[in-house]
Design a protein around this ligand. Structure first.
Ligand SMILES: [Fe+2]
Ligand SMILES: [Fe+2]
Length: 376
């Protein structure tokens, strides 16, 4: 029996983020993996980062303009529909890690480590907001979101542990570099990452629901309820943005939103194209998957953003491919220790990104009533 299965000490049953992390930390190291933590520590343009912000400014948000929708969302989160979901049950089939094709194993582990880091990055930020704030609405929301993200990160870490790997979350909290983002950038980036997270998880879930023979790991069975958490978190950020119309309507902020949309979409594209064997095993065409996730995210983001990206524009896919080529060039240069090639690769990536930014976006009139339900 797995240690993590032993009843009440499971992190998914923790009521708060602090408890969930403490339970994770208290579990014995079956095999400590410095390498996994090292990967999670990386700070590049493509890896998940930890963020810090102006917590006082965020604490000053007044949710009165969205009070009715706010209270409904918070009540739903307090009711905690996923309490107990993030626990291995008899649905958790035995994973044959040793028999897994080595390339697939490497890419899948990379996927899990990066997902765990991204989940935990949310937990750290939300927990800090809860700790620093005194505004009851804000601290309650962030406490609830930190609770969910701690469970998510913990659950992935449980899955990794079966492969003899553990991301040291306590070490990460203390040692990983924090990137400062102004609150409005936190709203744009976090809103998008929650909604794109939902779109990613649900797209894989639905695909495997239709093709269960391709489900090579049980964790995918947990994705549906999981992504509903991410959906709610995104809803919260949509409401936060709605408290101040300038955040989505001023000329400068519209440019920022377009920038964040382009950056988040293209980062996802490159990261996913770095895992061809993983996607092949799932029977997912990575290019189709990318566009499908963008389509869902764009549709959802119409609830609050003043535009969507034109992902059917002829220059969109070409631009992403150029970015992808540049990224390969940078990786090759890095491996070969060739700084000149690397600089050229980075310049090429920069040009490709600017090319994507210059594609005219599609204007959108966000509705007064923000709230959405997960429908995919
Ligand atoms: Fe999450
Ligand atoms: Fe989330």
């Amino acid at each position: 029996m797995n240690v993590q299965n032993s009843g009440a000490t499971h992190s998914s049953e923790a009521a708060t983020a602090e408890e969930a992390i403490a339970l994770q930390e208290a579990l014995p190291d079956i095999i400590t993996s410095e390498k996994a933590t090292e990967i999670a520590m990386q700070n590049t343009l493509l890896t998940p980062r930890f963020y810090t912000t102006d917590f006082d400014e965020m604490d000053a948000i007044d949710v009165t303009p969205v009070r009715a929708e706010w209270d409904k969302l918070i009540a739903q989160m307090v009711s905690d529909p996923n309490k107990g979901h993030f626990k291995k049950t008899e649905d958790w089939d035995k994973v044959d890690w040793d028999g897994m094709e080595p390339k697939l194993k490497a890419e899948f582990i990379d996927f899990l480590i990066s997902s765990c880091t991204a989940e935990f990055s949310g937990c750290v930020l939300y927990k800090e907001m809860k700790r620093r704030g005194s505004n009851e609405d804000i601290t309650q929301l962030f406490q609830l979101m930190a609770r969910d993200e701690a469970r998510h990160a913990g659950f992935i870490n449980d899955a990794l542990r079966e492969a003899g790997i553990r991301v040291n979350l306590g070490f990460l909290t203390q040692q990983k570099k924090y990137t400062y983002f102004r609150p409005k950038f936190i709203y744009y980036a976090t809103y998008l990452s929650e909604k794109i997270g939902y779109a990613r998880y649900i797209t894989i879930y639905r695909h495997l629901e239709a093709n269960p023979e391709l489900r090579f790991h049980p964790i995918f069975k947990w994705f549906r309820e999981w992504c509903n958490d991410e959906f709610s978190h995104g809803e919260a950020f949509a409401l936060l943005m709605k408290t101040d119309p300038k955040l989505t309507q001023s000329f400068t902020n519209k440019l920022w939103i377009k920038f964040f949309l382009t950056a988040v979409y293209s980062t996802m594209w490159i990261r996913d194209h770095q895992r061809p064997v993983f996607h092949e095993a799932l029977g997912v065409d990575v290019t189709w998957y990318g566009q499908e996730v963008f389509r869902k995210t764009s549709e959802i983001s119409k609830q609050v953003f003043p535009m969507t990206l034109d992902i059917d524009h002829p220059r969109w896919r070409k631009g992403l491919d150029k970015l992808q080529d540049a990224n390969i060039q940078i990786a090759e240069a890095k491996a070969a220790g060739n700084p000149v090639k690397r600089v050229f690769g980075m310049a090429k990536a920069g040009m490709a990104f600017i090319g994507l930014l210059t594609i005219k976006s599609i204007p959108n009139e966000a509705p007064d009533d923000v709230r959405l339900e997960p429908v995919y």
